[in-house]
Design a binder for this molecule. Sequence first.
Ligand code: C2E
Ligand code: SIN
Ligand code: SIN
Ligand code: FE
Ligand code: FE
Length: 491
Amino acid sequence: MITELPLQNLPNANQGLEAVFQAYGDFMFVVDEEGTILEQKSGDVLQLNISAQKNIHRKIQDLLPFEAGRQIVDGLSDLRAKKIAAQVEFSVSNISGKSWYESRLIPSVNRQVIVFIRDITKYKQSEEKIKIQLDQMAALRSIDLAITSGIDLTQTLSMILDYTRNHLAVDAASVLLLNLQNQRLEFAAGAGFWTAALQHTQLQIGEGLAGQAVQKRRVVHVPNLKTRKTDLLRSPFFGRENFMEYYAIPLIAKGEVLGVLEIFHRSTLSADQHWTNFLHTLAGQAAIAIDSAMMFKNLQYTNDELTLAYDKTIEGWSRALDLRDKETEHHTRRVTDLTLRLAQRMNIPDSELTHIRRGAILHDIGKVAMPDGILFKPGPLTDEEWVIMRRHPLIAVEILKPISYLIPALPIPRSHHEKWDGSGYPNGLAGEDIPLAARLFAFADVYDALTSDRPYRRAWSQAAALEYIRENSGTHLDPNIVSLFIRMMTE
Ligand code: C2E
Ligand code: SIN
Ligand code: SIN
Ligand code: FE
Ligand code: FE
C-alpha cells in the first residue's frame, strides 16, 4: 500500500531551488536575449554586490563589474548564434583579494536564457597551489639532475639561486661556502644583486648574520634590515641594494655545516608555511650539491695522487733497468720523448699520449728477465740466444698485465718489435694490425738504438741511422710515417 503524503508537506519546486541557492551561494537569473532580467534567485547576495530583489527589468551586464558584463554579453550573442549552452569565466578584484566566477548560459523557452553564476575562487586557488607545487617539484628534480650529472658546483649553486628567486619570489639570494682551511665563510654564488657589495664577503664563524646562522646552526631572520645595525652595512655598496627583509639558512649535510644560504628582499616577504618549507628544501638541496661536489673533488684528488704514485713507480722500474744496462742509460727517456713528439705531430689526443708515455717508459721492462750473458754479449746472438731475447716483449706483458691502469699502455711493450712486412715478433703482425702506438715507437727505438753504443757495436751517425730508416720503410717501418719522422729529425 502506498502512503499518500499530504501535499502541503512536500516542498514545492520553487522552495527547493531557493534552498539550493541559499546553500551554495550561486546566482541564477532568467534573462531575455538582450540580458534584461526577468527573474532572479540569489544565494550570497553580498558576494557580487548584487541586491537581492530589485533588479527585475535591469540588464544583467549592468549589475556586474564591467569585464564580467562584457563576457556575459559575448556569451549571450554566442548563444543566439549557436543555440547551445555557453560558458564564461571572470574574476573580480576587491579589498579582500581576487574572486573567480564561472557563468553558464543555458537556453530556455521563449528565447529566454538562464544564467548561473558560481563562485569558483576556492577551486582556482587550489589549482594555482597545485601548479606552484608542480613547478617546485620540477625545480627540485632539475637540481637533482644537476647534482648527479656532476655539473660544476658554481653552476649548480647558480641554478639553485635562480630557483630560489623565482619560486620563493625573493629579490636576491647568495651562497657563502665555509672554507675549511681558514674557517671563513666566502662568497660562492649570488643572484639578483644590483651591486657587487657582497662578492668579497669573508666572514668568520659567528661574525655577522650569516656567521651567526652557521655558529648556532639556526636560521637567522631579520624582518627589516634598515632598522637594525648589522655587519652587512660595513660593505660600502650594501646601502644601495635597499634590502629590507633577510634570512640566513645554514647549509648542513651529514651533520656538517658547509655554508649558508642568504635571502634578501627589498620589501616585506609574506612567508607562509609552504614558503618556509620550500626554502628549507632548497637549502637542503644546496647542501647536498656542495657535499657531493666536495666528495667528487676529494676523490679526484685521491685519484690524482694515486696516479702520480703509480707513475713514480713505473719510472722507478725503468730506472732499475737502465742502471743494469749502463750503456743504454737515458735510452728510455730519449725514446719516450721522441715517441711523444711524433705522436703529437700526428694529432693523437692527449688522453692517448698518457698511455703512450707509460708504454714507452716500460717498453723493454721484459729485459729484466734476460741473462747478463745475452744482454751484454759483445757479439752477435746465437739462434738459441735469440729465442730467449725475442721473449722480452711477452715477458713485459706478463709483468704489466695485472696492473689495470697499465692495460691501455700495453701495445708498445707487446708490439714494439713487430715489423710492417709481418717479419717481426712476438706475433708476426703486419701493417695496420700493428697498433699505431707501437708503429710510432719503433721509429724512436730503432733510431736511438742505432745512434747509441751497444755491447755488440759502436754508435752509428745520425745520417746513417736516418738512411737505415728510409731503406727499411715498408719492410720494417710504417711507410706512411717515415717522411714525417725524418722531417721531424732533420728540422
Ligand atoms: P736494442 O739494442 O735496444 O735494439 C732495438 C732495435 O733496434 C733492434 O731490435 C733492432 O730492430 C734495431 N737495432 C739495434 N741495433 C741494430 C743494429 O746494429 N743493426 C740493425 N740493423 N738494427 C739494430 P731487435 O733486433 O729485435 O733487437 C732487440 C734487442 O736484442 C736489442 O735491443 C738488443 O738488446 C738485443 N740484440 C739485438 N742484436 C744483438 C746483438 O747482435 N748482440 C747482442 N748482444 N744483443 C743484440
Ligand atoms: C734499457 O735501457 O736497458 C732498455 C733500452 C733498450 O735497450 O731498448
Ligand atoms: C695509421 O697508419 O693508422 C695512421 C698513420 C699511418 O698512416 O700509419
Ligand atoms: Fe725491445
Ligand atoms: Fe729499446
